[in-house]
Design a protein around this ligand. Sequence first.
Ligand SMILES: [Fe+2]
Length: 482
Amino acid sequence: MVQTASPTFSCEDWQKGYESLRTERSYWIDEVEGEIPIALEGTLFRNGPGQLDINGQKYGHPFDGDGMICAIAFKDGKAHFTNQFVKTPEFLAEQKAGKILYRGVFGTQKAGGWLRNIFDLRNKNVANTNVVYQGGKLLALWEAAQPYALNPKNLDTLGLENFEGKLEAGKVFTAHPRRDDRTGDLWGFGVQPGPQSKISIYQVNAEGKLSTESQVTVSGFCFLHDFAYTPNYRIFMQNPVSFKPLPFIFGFATAGECIELRPNTPSQFLLVDRQGNLQTLETDPCFVFHHCNAYEEGDEIIVDSVCYPDYPKLEPNTDFRNIDFDRVVAGQLYRFRINPKLGTVKRQLILERSCEFPVVNPRCMGQKYRYAYIGAIAKESGNAPLQAIAKVDVETGKQEFHSFAPRGFISEPIFVPRDHHADHHAAEDDGWIMTLIFDAAHNRSDLVILDAQNIAGKPVATLHLKHHVPYGLHGSFTDQVF
Ligand SMILES: [Fe+2]
């Protein structure tokens, strides 16, 4: 019999984390429990939807929220907070109009029903998914457009980044680039979807110069949110989705709502080698947003990914704030063993508990690794909002958790090595896990710093912000202090 665990949260608490934050601020964080390590030096950048409504007109999906960057800079045991919205022309126009002018990709329609939305196929660039610092450039990323360049010192928006014309108009850049720590190169991709989808693979070097490594064409509609990287392969999971655009074109549904998982259809790994050769391998039907890491070992490529049994979408006209978590499909961490020579893929469950936002020590990107850090629910089974940080030893299977339930809700963890300049002799888990927590009890957010070697233990430091930060998406840490 299935045991239903008692709820670990209240819906009212969880919903409060989706209130818009309209203020932009810059201040020293003076309320700190514990101590910020003196050795912790650098800047944490976070991106996510800062505004989820305009004048009370609600967006239909959190992924349609306006991108807001938070920067928390650490030096000498002190921390400074700054936040700013990415000032895209669409954001500025909507702020001026005081109402929704654009349809969102995932769930937002203009008011007035389908007649106000029909044939309006423009996408609002919300620049809300990730933020990375590469080659002196701070880039706010959203996968269906070029990045927005920002001033890393004050988060002012500088404009669309086309990398000296190398990322031409109409080309897009993923929200999930991966940095190879050994070379300093940031690898990314862009997809032009269609009946035939074209994937371009990009390299941005340590000086911030972009070049195109290869282009491959695959049959079918591609929804590729993330990719996995190894020194010799760029690896994509082609989810078996179809896109039926008519409801979108005629204004009844948003583009994201027209995506469906084709039943009983295998997923496909697309392996692209450095020469641009494409190999396609089938695996069990599933949907993947995020990969944790990948590496090459003997004849095999290991890829660890969060897999869903179905495409986790909202039905049109449902309020995401009122979702029933018991009916939401849960993501679980799986290991895929791909053998390109034999053309085989084997899949094995690593973390059964519902989870998302997997990360590793940045030095392990594309390399054999031992520890995955990931957001998880605060109970063993079923589904719920993410309220815990898990550390998974992928060698032994050991799992440890730090739970913030019942009133804390976590965001993506970020691993920060204790010594960025160590030549890889330090233990892989010698460092800190940082995550922004929405604390419903105080209606504010905390930046929590955990010791990665003692993740279940008391936090090293809890930094209380003066306000909340709506649930975010992705971010990164740089050892530069801004
Ligand atoms: Fe993502």
